[in-house]
Design a protein around this ligand. Structure first.
Ligand SMILES: [Zn+2]
Length: 489
């Protein structure tokens, strides 16, 4: 059967490193790229007898995520021990949340192929990261080393229900999650630094069947590309096995990015029993209503909701709304520009689209070239609003406006001031244009006669002559109007 004859059932677990200065249960720094083992202390290297102290900021970030994703928040939450052995986890357990996580249920709302869908969450929970094993290469390098800088770094694990049924949905989910966590300043989501990592589970069943297929879990996916490539491979592998009547087993696999294939790691029989139990060194945390009220009051609009609001409130195309809401600072700038333009009396129906075009085009080009945040560009929203207004009133042409942008950045002056100081104001005044037109017509009697003989193409030539006389500063629309009227009279 072709792949299309199977229902695809996918769930994702994501680990996001929380944006805290220090670790989950000690005061060690969490900076990326420090000298190995330079950010450690007896607590995070698991010395006997030490006592953990919970990082308040990590708890608040977890609660912020729980509120953003509409999870249920327990009145009291706890930490639990997840017991296992591995050389990068010296305590032989990881402190996590199994019984009363920071958030239960909830959803992430995505848009895939123009359709909105809620991807249900099973839970979100706080935990500490493990250290890292390093395997030196080269001759004689028959050993591995352990770096415990990462051990104890606060993580948020976000576990979905198996609600995704295509790679498009998986991609939209990962993108929405990343944008949301970034916008809420919960995580920087730098995948190249391991700040956002994924694990996937996938099963296939014949279309419409109610019997679930055997679930395969895939560990250690360090980029969205790896997730998509790996799932694409798994769909083909599982479909081929089902077609051939080969039984699939519930198992955990590892994805090899070099070969593009997944390999068996362990079967269900070998699955770990983590023997979870409440962490005896940490008491329960009573979640106060006043914490939640404060977090709610500081919560910005979620990027996806803002995107959909931009589409509806400003009648913007989905593409524009997506670009403008990619960063909170850009979305804020857009709305401040619209507000400033309206305060200046702008009434054009396509005002939002005009502002969007200028923002996505020349302004963001300058932001990217100068590698600054939009707030550091030296063009306050009121100046962009003025620029768009000047074009709409015909005071300056679009070309002149393009030239003005870099000067606005250099000087910090409003566009009208610069344009009048440098003589860039467009001639829209009918009297001035009439004078230019009559001069040109007088000098080109031959072409005027040709026009009157029906050779209308000559209008373009005469337009050009008037624009030349005006040194490019005449308003082309006004010129065309007056020229045609004069020729026809
Ligand atoms: Zn420490």
């Amino acid at each position: 059967m072709p792949v299309e004859d199977y229902d695809i059932v996918i769930g994702l677990e994501s680990h996001a490193r929380l944006l805290t200065e220090t670790k989950m249960f000690c005061g060690c720094l969490t900076r990326f790229g420090a000298e190995p083992n330079s950010q450690t202390c007896p607590v995070c290297i698991g010395m006997p007898g030490v006592l953990p102290v919970t990082n308040r900021k990590a708890v608040m970030l977890g609660l912020r995520a729980a509120l953003a994703f509409r999870c249920e928040i327990p009145a009291r939450m706890r930490f639990d021990r997840k017991n296992y052995y591995y050389p990068d986890i010296p305590k032989n357990y990881q402190v996590s949340q199994n019984y009363s996580p920071v958030g239960a249920g909830g959803f992430v709302e995505i848009e895939a192929d123009g359709v909105r869908k809620r991807i249900g969450l099973d839970n979100i929970h706080l935990e500490e990261d493990a250290g890292r094993l390093m395997h030196p290469e080269g001759s004689g390098a028959d050993y591995s080393t352990v770096d415990l800088n990462r051990a104890g770094t606060p993580l948020l694990e976000i576990v979905t229900r198996p609600d995704m049924s295509s790679l498009t949905e998986v991609e939209a989910y990962m993108e929405t999650l990343r944008r949301t966590l970034e916008a809420l300043e919960i995580s920087d989501c730098r995948m190249e630094e391991g700040s956002l990592r994924f694990e996937a589970s996938i099963s296939l069943k014949p279309l419409g069947s109610t019997t679930l297929g055997k679930r395969v879990e895939i560990k250690n996916l360090n980029s969205t590309r790896a997730v998509l490539n790996c799932l694409e491979y798994e769909i083909r592998r599982q479909a081929a096995a089902l077609d051939a009547g080969e039984p699939l087993t519930q198992e955990t696999r590892l994805y090899n990015e070099t070969t593009g294939r997944s390999e068996r790691m362990r079967s269900k029989e070998e699955a770990h029993d983590y023997r979870y139990f409440p962490e005896p060194d940490l008491g329960p945390i009573v979640v106060l209503d006043e914490w939640l009220d404060r977090i709610r009051s500081e919560m910005p609009e979620l990027p996806n909701l803002r995107k959909w609001r931009f589409q509806e409130a400003y009648s913007l195309p989905a593409y524009d709304a997506g670009v403008l809401t990619q960063k909170r600072s850009i979305a804020d700038y857009f709305e401040e520009t619209i507000a400033a333009a309206e305060a200046m009396g702008a009434e054009a129906a396509d005002l939002a689209k005009q502002v969007s075009n200028w923002l996505m085009g020349p302004i963001l080009r300058e932001v990217n070239e100068r590698r600054v945040d939009i707030a550091g560009l030296n063009i306050p929203p009121a100046h962009l609003a003025e620029l768009v207004g000047l074009i709409q009133k015909g005071t300056i042409s679009k070309n002149i406006a393009q030239d003005l942008v870099p000067i606005m950045i250099e000087t910090g002056d409003p566009p009208e001031t610069i344009a009048s100081r440098r003589g860039m104001i467009q001639i829209s005044d009918a009297y001035a244009v009439e004078k230019l037109v009559s001069d040109v017509l007088e000098a080109h009697g031959k072409q005027v006669a040709e026009y009157k003989d029906g050779k209308k193409a000559v209008l373009g030539f005469l337009m050009g002559q008037v624009m030349r006389q005006a040194k490019g500063k005449a308003n082309p629309q006004v010129v065309r109007e007056i020229l045609t009227r004069t020729l026809q009279s």
